[in-house]
Design a protein around this ligand. Structure first.
Ligand code: ATP
Ligand code: MG
Length: 254
């Protein structure tokens, strides 16, 4: 059964513009994301992929245009609505952004405490489940400083999914991870989609992951969505810029 519903967008981004000083980063992004799909966002470094993701959870505000969640403009939401909306979203920051003074388990438990859950037994059980999903069950008492880069990232993923969000935004979930752990994370994203109809937006530079997990792929380039389509349509595109990007060709000479 296809659980993706393409009738009404879950998230609708229209005419989104964002500049930082003189630098025009997003120059009119239009993008719809549907319930239950895995949308993978690709594009050259520094084009604004992370900036776009931060607009989706309201961490940044557009200069122009809007982001709507189930038809409601985020910029019209009151603080309380915004907090409620954020609880439905899990977010993995590009640098994992762990609290260095908290243990792995305390970091992962954070969204539950924020949501007002106080039952210790339930918290411990859910922390253990989330850590096992990312294969870190044995490391819950460690401090972030004593983890490898890849482990930090996986703790960030456990924290992003522990609140059982409807939608998870992953900013480069597999960057710097070995191929086996990359496969585990890709499978986890697919499992969350199949079992709980979780909507995922995944930024990645790993073309292997793109073809494994994406229902649709969007490419951000020159401040706009340059391409949107299925992984097959991406592969079959006759646009040399897209083909060079997929193949990792810079066009430079040695
Ligand atoms: N808060 C900010 N203040 C000023 N400039 C910013 C801010 N956030 C992002 N930028 C700039 O916006 C541009 C896009 O950054 P962004 O992090 O979104 O790129 P990206 O596409 O995610 O790149 P990468 O693939 O390397 O992660 C960069 O030039 C960055 O310096
Ligand atoms: Mg980024």
């Amino acid at each position: 059964m296809d659980a993706i519903s393409y009738d009404k967008p879950f998230i609708r981004i229209t005419g989104l513009k964002k500049s930082f000083g003189e630098q025009k980063t997003l120059q009119g992004v239009d993008l719809d994301i549907y319930h239950g799909e895995t949308l993978v966002l690709i594009g050259p470094s520094g084009e604004g992929k992370s900036v776009l993701l931060k607009h989706i959870i309201g961490l940044l505000n557009p200069d122009d245009g809007k982001v709507e969640l189930e038809g409601t403009d985020l910029s019209h939401m009151k603080e309380r609505e915004l907090l409620k909306m954020r609880r439905r979203m899990g977010y993995l920051f590009q640098n994992a952004a762990l609290f260095d003074s908290l243990t792995v388990a305390e970091n992962v438990a954070f969204p539950l405490l924020e949501a007002g859950i106080r039952d210790r037994k339930e918290i411990n059980k859910r922390v253990q489940e989330a850590l096992e999903l990312v294969e870190l069950g044995e490391h819950k008492d460690k401090m972030p400083v004593n983890l490898s880069g890849g482990m930090r990232k996986r703790v960030g993923i456990a924290r992003a999914i522990i609140g059982k969000p409807d939608c998870v935004l992953y900013d480069e979930p597999t960057a710097g991870l070995d191929p086996i752990v990359t496969d585990v994370i890709d499978l986890m994203i697919q499992r969350l989609q199949k079992r709980f109809q979780v909507t995922s937006i995944v930024i990645t530079h790993d073309m292997g992951s793109v073809f494994k997990i994406a229902d649709r792929v969007a490419m951000l380039k020159n401040g706009v969505i340059y391409f949107i389509g299925t992984p097959d349509e991406l592969k079959q595109s006759s646009d040399p810029e897209i083909q060079n990007f997929i193949a990792g060709r810079s066009g430079m000479c040695a």
